[in-house]
Design a protein around this ligand. Sequence first.
Ligand code: C2E
Ligand code: CA
Ligand code: CA
Length: 278
Amino acid sequence: IDYKSFNNYRFYDQEMADKINRKITIEGLLRTINYDDEFAMFFQPQFSIDGSELIGMESLLRWNSPVLGNVSPGEFIAIAEESNAILKIVQWTIKKSSEQIKEWNLKYNKNYRISINISPKYLKNYDFLSEVKYFVDVKHINPVWLDFEMTEMSVMQAGESICNLFDKLHNMGINISIDDFGTGYSSLSYIKNFNIDKIKISKELVDNIVTDKNEYMIVNAIIMMSKGLKLETIAEGVEEKEQKDILLELGCDQIQGYYYGRPVNAQDFENMYLINRV
Ligand code: C2E
Ligand code: CA
Ligand code: CA
């Protein structure tokens, strides 16, 4: 017997088993926990490119589990997407985010927009339009306070049926943004068939914009084409001044990233970005 590979095999086996167990645990917890107890919405500011004006914020989910500790959304959203948990999660985030933006905009007399992440599965399984109309009509959420982020992939998967939905949301005054643009097919010529408002240039591209000439050229092209199509642009994952300077020079409209601010809880967001702003 080759004990070495035997042991390696056992090790691999154990790692796989741990991974599967964790996934099953997360799935089970997402089915049973009370979201109000364990989930929190964090908010990351979105600024005009020169940092002078707050445009709004993206709402980002945080899960502090008594069983597992902090679980990153990257991990549990992916697991939730495979089950129906994602439907409940998106519903919870729309509710929390719209309540929060209403509170802030009324309190500070502003029209900040809140960007909410919407999963493709949610679009397929729910009467999304009725859900949104409920918040607008019953909860008195001004549609111009809302921005829905969907990845290019999810828009493509949903196909033509989503065209009609986007038209209706757009006509209500709601913004539609394409998240992580530049990582998938990145077909602006295709995406322009849909009534969208904003292109969110992915962190993957922004990461290398200073050092990689090709990525710089790609971002330049995305911004130029977006302008031609009258689409707004926002760059995400901007961490350094050099990146911000290049994006400013290329004519990008807005910025979101650690350079201007990390995601923080509601109280901190209010203290850092809303109080004492004119
Ligand atoms: P995303 O929608 O692309 O969100 C942006 C992610 O980049 C966030 O990670 C944010 O914290 C991070 N980020 C922002 N600026 C910077 C930066 O300058 N540097 C670095 N290194 N990272 C930056 P987060 O919060 O861990 O979320 C990861 C993903 O999980 C999100 O990617 C989104 O796909 C999903 N997600 C998060 N919250 C929600 C939610 O409420 N609903 C849904 N459906 N998905 C969510
Ligand atoms: Ca997003
Ligand atoms: Ca993104």
